[in-house]
Design a protein around this ligand. Sequence first.
Ligand code: MN
Length: 191
Amino acid sequence: MKYVQPELPYDAAALAPAISEETVRFHYGKHEKTYIDNLNALIKDTHFESLSLEEIICESDGALFNNASQAWNHIFYFFSLSPDGGGEPGGDLRRAIDRDFGSFEKFKEDFVKAGTGLFGSGWVWLAADSDGKLFIQADSNAGNPMTSGLTPLLTFDVWEHAYYLDYQNRRADALNALWNIVDWDVVESRY
Ligand code: MN
């Protein structure tokens, strides 16, 4: 077993009320664990065992891509959140958000609009190109902007399993609540 699911740096109940304890336990404890278990089973005794997870994501397709990318995306998502999060970004990232989206408020509005506008399951991303230009990108299913050469900075999971226990069909409410728990120090460190 190559990949081991990392322990979250906060209690399952710590993100409430934005995300309930029950959702963290199902989403990270069960959904994410399954992606990691499947990833380990799919790479066993193949040349993918010697690649990094990012290399697997960029070089695979089908079931291996889906499980590898979902394994990576969920760790990236949950480790971007903190019970001490919220507020606003600063530094170079904030300057780039103001430059490329007009304001932090406009960025949040566009980001949630992209997430609610994605039909079906997927992820909405803030990503940067090699010049530091920022992009909002919505990807279906297990998509990840690294496969098109962009650097992921922040993602919100828009699969129904991410919010249905707490928000039922209200995806926009679920996404807007996440602004209260984004750890901007972590996001800034990726830029
Ligand atoms: Mn998910």
